[in-house]
Design a binder for this molecule. Structure first.
Ligand SMILES: Nc1ncnc2c1ncn2[C@@H]1O[C@H](COP(=O)(O)OP(=O)(O)OP(=O)(O)O)[C@@H](O)[C@H]1O
Length: 285
């Protein structure tokens, strides 16, 4: 199977274990979400997968080949963080030229077209861009590359609602036309929830779960109503968490709703990915 695979990856920075024996695959041809709270290890995982960081142990493989010091495997991968290494005095249009020289198959015309769509000033120095436009600059470059594995680290950091919308639309178009693997590392779960097919959640360097977005959504549900009714309903069930507000409560329960326990005083709804994530990682965003 074509995939970008992390195999027993561990990465330590001094006493900090950023990744702890993570085994995980990003299948070719799918959009993946890599979810995790601040400091969970997302950037580190993408860094090792793109050979920007050397793992303490384990390895990252692209279509079965290790990425470490392997130009052929690495040519198939691009991680947006790589653009951060560009000198700040370089203008956006020089960066377009630079990308063309260093990445085979880079589509400079597309990059300039995307820059225009995002209203990115191509004469601006990359170091002088605002946070949002810095993200846009990275996305413009990434979406103009002809790589099989595109790793987007917090792609919408600082983007306003209209630009986020444009990005998600372009990502979908790219996916439909190109069919590559895209990994979106983010905290904005609900925004990517409808786009992604697979979801991996990491917490404190460990893989908590990996499943299809549909599997995750149907792995639990919420039940709400008067607190005493909700508590009675939940007895003996696998409850991820309960939010109480005054006399009302909403519980997040794993598995299928128990029909016999449901009354017209209780409402059942599908679990949101955001809520599942918050309950699984134990602490709210
Ligand atoms: N170069 C480094 N030196 C020391 N510690 C580091 C380094 N890079 C990452 N870490 C630590 O490794 C852990 C994982 O960091 P990482 O940046 O991978 O998390 P993240 O999930 O991307 O977080 P965020 O969502 O906040 O960007 C954190 O505790 C971080 O402080």
């Amino acid at each position: 199977m074509r995939e970008l695979r992390a195999e027993h990856l561990t990465k330590r920075f001094g006493k900090t274990t950023a990744l702890d024996d993570v085994t995980l695959s990003f299948e070719y041809g799918k959009i993946h979400a890599l979810l995790g709270r601040n400091g969970a290890g997302k950037t580190t995982l993408l860094g090792v997968a793109s050979n920007r960081l050397i793992p303490t142990s384990g390895q990252a493989l692209v279509d079965g080949e290790p990425v470490t010091d392997n130009p052929r495997a690495l040519a198939k991968v691009f991680c947006t963080g790589d653009v951060r290494m560009i000198p700040p005095s370089m203008c956006v249009d020089d960066l377009v030229g630079h990308m063309g020289r260093f990445h085979e198959g880079f589509d400079a015309k597309r990059a300039l077209r995307l820059a225009k769509m995002f209203e990115l000033d191509v004469k601006a120095k990359t170091g002088a861009l605002s946070t949002g436009y810095r993200s846009i600059c990275q996305l413009v470059m990434a979406l103009s590359l002809d790589v099989d594995y595109l790793l987007l680290d917090e792609p919408v950091l600082g983007l306003d609602a209209a630009h986020r919308d444009l990005f998600y639309r372009l990502l979908m178009e790219d996916y439909l036309e190109r069919g590559r693997a895209v990994v979106v590392a983010t905290h904005l779960i609900e925004e990517v929830a409808t786009l992604v097919e697979r979801v991996a959640i990491i917490d404190e360097g460990r893989l908590l779960m990996e499943a299809s977005a549909d599997e995750l959504r149907t792995s639990g549900y919420s039940v709400s109503g008067r607190a005493e009714d909700v508590r009675a309903y939940c007895e003996g069930l696998e409850v991820l968490g309960i939010d109480e507000l005054g006399s009302l409560a909403m519980a997040y329960v794993q598995g299928e709703p128990v029909r016999e326990r449901l009354t017209d005083r209780l409402d059942v709804a599908p679990m949101s990915l955001q809520k599942l994530f918050v309950e699984l990682t134990g602490k709210g965003e």
